[in-house]
Design a protein around this ligand. Structure first.
Ligand SMILES: *Cc1c(COP(=O)(O)O)cnc(C)c1O
Length: 367
């Protein structure tokens, strides 16, 4: 059997007519930039997340960058984040001229360890940027309380967690800003690059909308130095179609995670943990295995037609670009370093047949 990791083709085929006609309509109207579909999408997304403002943009990376720019994060500032994430999280902090300050992760959910944040706070610290890794938020109440105590901004990197909740409250809706990505393989993916920023703050929203279009406040009038970071109307129209089915997609992902949780019995692997009161959207279903066995496990699954992925093999503080720039070395974040050697993600999407699910689980248990 040949298993597809994300089944993007099935996602398209399932609603092909709707996607095709929505995209044709944009082409027909030739309203490619900031067309009506983009404003419709922002309305739908802000209602879904439960915040006043959604500012769509060109990617998840741009969403994070816009958030930092809007909060005036600049050279000399420090932003606390996790070393165990996709590179963009740390990248945007450095792009703003600020310094990423890493704090080790919690072994239970692989998110930033809130207990360890306080000792990393200095007079230069301006913000905390938690990443809701694999689709599940960090301990948000504790994180928000800490940020409030120290007067720090919070920017949630919700690139993997759109639709996730804590006590019913959606990821992306937490103060000050939430940022998500619509990269095709994310839980809510478009047909290219896309992203969005969420906030309840009217002034911040106005600034974000301006920064997205070169910091402009009127035609050819530039109040800020911004970026060219708009979402294409075509991507917005694709997302408008996808949003109709998104709750059902999340249910499908959660069903698959539940199936994996119940049926994976191999004593060789450690399964992911969903915290009480939190729901994950399972951007990834990520196991851990002894580092000495990971390559063999991956090769074994590949030989059975089951693709896997390593999210992520190298923590941020050990990346080449930060060597000699940030004063970190191997051993600084033992949990992140250990987990990076142990993780392996199984295929995850809402479109598998029962037969495919059973096939994956049997293979995992047979290793
Ligand atoms: C995907 C991702 C991003 C970047 O999103 P893009 O849309 O690819 O730019 C940022 N942070 C995390 C945690 C991600 O997974």
């Amino acid at each position: 059997m040949k298993i597809d990791f994300a089944n993007l083709n099935r996602a398209y085929a399932l609603h092909k007519e709707e996607f095709d006609s929505a995209m044709s309509e944009v082409v027909r109207a030739s309203n490619f930039i900031m067309g009506k579909a983009m404003y419709d999408l922002e309305e739908t997304l802000s209602r879904y997340v439960g915040v006043k403002h959604c500012i769509s943009c060109a990617s998840g990376t741009d969403a994070l960058l816009l958030a930092l720019m809007a909060l005036d994060i600049k050279q000399g500032d420090e932003v606390i984040t996790t070393p165990f994430t996709f590179f963009a999280t740390a990248e945007v902090i450095a792009l703003c001229g600020a310094t990423p300050v890493f704090v080790d992760i919690d072994l239970s959910d692989y998110n930033i360890d809130i207990q360890k944040i306080e000792s990393a706070i200095t007079p230069q610290t301006k913000a905390i940027m938690p990443v809701s890794l694999y689709g599940q938020m960090a301990d948000m109440p504790a994180l928000l309380a800490l940020a409030k105590k120290h007067g720090l901004k919070v920017i949630e990197d919700a690139a993997q967690s759109f639709g996730a909740t804590y006590s019913g409250q959606k990821s992306g809706s937490y103060r000050d800003v939430g940022c998500t990505s619509f990269f095709p393989a994310k839980p809510l993916g478009c047909f290219g690059d896309g992203g969005a920023v969420f906030t309840d703050d009217d002034l911040l929203a106005e600034k974000l909308r301006s920064l997205r279009v070169h910091g402009q406040t009127g035609r050819y009038i530039h109040k800020y130095v911004g970026i060219g970071g708009r979402l294409d109307t075509i991507q917005a129209t694709v997302l408008n179609v996808k949003m109709k089915y998104y709750e059902s997609d999340i249910k499908g992902r959660r069903r698959l995670a539940d199936y994996y949780n119940r049926h994976i019995e191999s004593s060789k692997v450690i399964k992911p943990f969903e915290k009480p009161s939190y729901t994950s959207v399972w951007a990834q279903y990520t196991l851990r295995i002894d580092p000495s066995q990971r390559d063999d496990f991956q090769a074994y699954l590949t030989s059975r037609g089951i693709p896997t992925a390593i999210h992520y093999p190298k923590p941020m503080h050990l990346q080449e670009c930060f060597q000699g720039v940030l004063a970190y070395r191997e051993g600084d974040f033992p949990i992140a370093e250990r987990v990076a050697k142990e993780v392996i993600s199984l295929p995850m999407n809402p479109y598998f047949t029962e037969e495919e699910k059973a096939y994956i689980v049997e293979a995992v248990n047979g290793f």
